[in-house]
Design a protein. Structure first.
Length: 167
């Protein structure tokens, strides 16, 4: 399992005091108010202030005190340790833990590797690179199709419907 999670990406700076404009990579941007520090390039920074501007988070981190210093961090990811991550409800998983899992049918046939989770308004879709690697299929992340998720062994068992794929 992944030991650190990306929770945001620095997209710009704000003003002259070293504030960072962050695109949140979490469905709960207020999360930045609940944590004490973030990791950038293998260094921890204490969060001094959090505010919001439209869909972005504006952070002031201890030790980044001017615009020139802040500019150096543009495009960098903010990470947190797994121990600081929110506890998820049962049968809910971090995308970082799902990506890379092997996908099998409930009959045991190898289908492929989970490459990404596409998030949309209806439900998440598992993007699977099939065993022949020539195509990718999308599997809705709903109980009808996803039958078992074993994060520890990196295996997901699915029930596909006729016509969903021709492997």
């Amino acid at each position: 399992m992944v030991e650190q999670f990306n929770i945001g990406q620095i997209v710009n700076v704000v003003g002259i005091k070293g504030e960072l404009r962050v695109y949140p990579l979490t469905d709960y941007k207020e999360r930045f108010e609940e944590i004490d520090s973030v990791l950038i390039q293998d260094q921890y920074y204490t969060i001094e202030n959090v505010r919001y501007h439209k869909e972005l988070v504006v952070l002031k981190l201890k030790g980044i005190d001017d615009r020139n210093t802040a500019e150096k961090y543009k495009t960098q990811y903010l990470k947190i340790d797994r121990k600081d991550a929110r506890v998820l409800p049962e049968d809910t998983y971090y995308i970082a833990d799902l990506v890379g899992c092997e996908i099998y049918s409930i009959e045991g046939e190898y289908i492929g590797i989970l490459k990404d989770v596409v998030q949309n308004s209806a439900q998440d879709l598992y993007e699977v690179e099939t065993k022949n690697s020539s195509k990718r299929i999308l599997i809705p992340a709903v109980d009808e199709f996803i039958k078992e998720v074993d994060i520890e062994n990196r295996i997901i068992k699915v029930q596909l419907i006729e016509g969903m794929m021709d492997v």
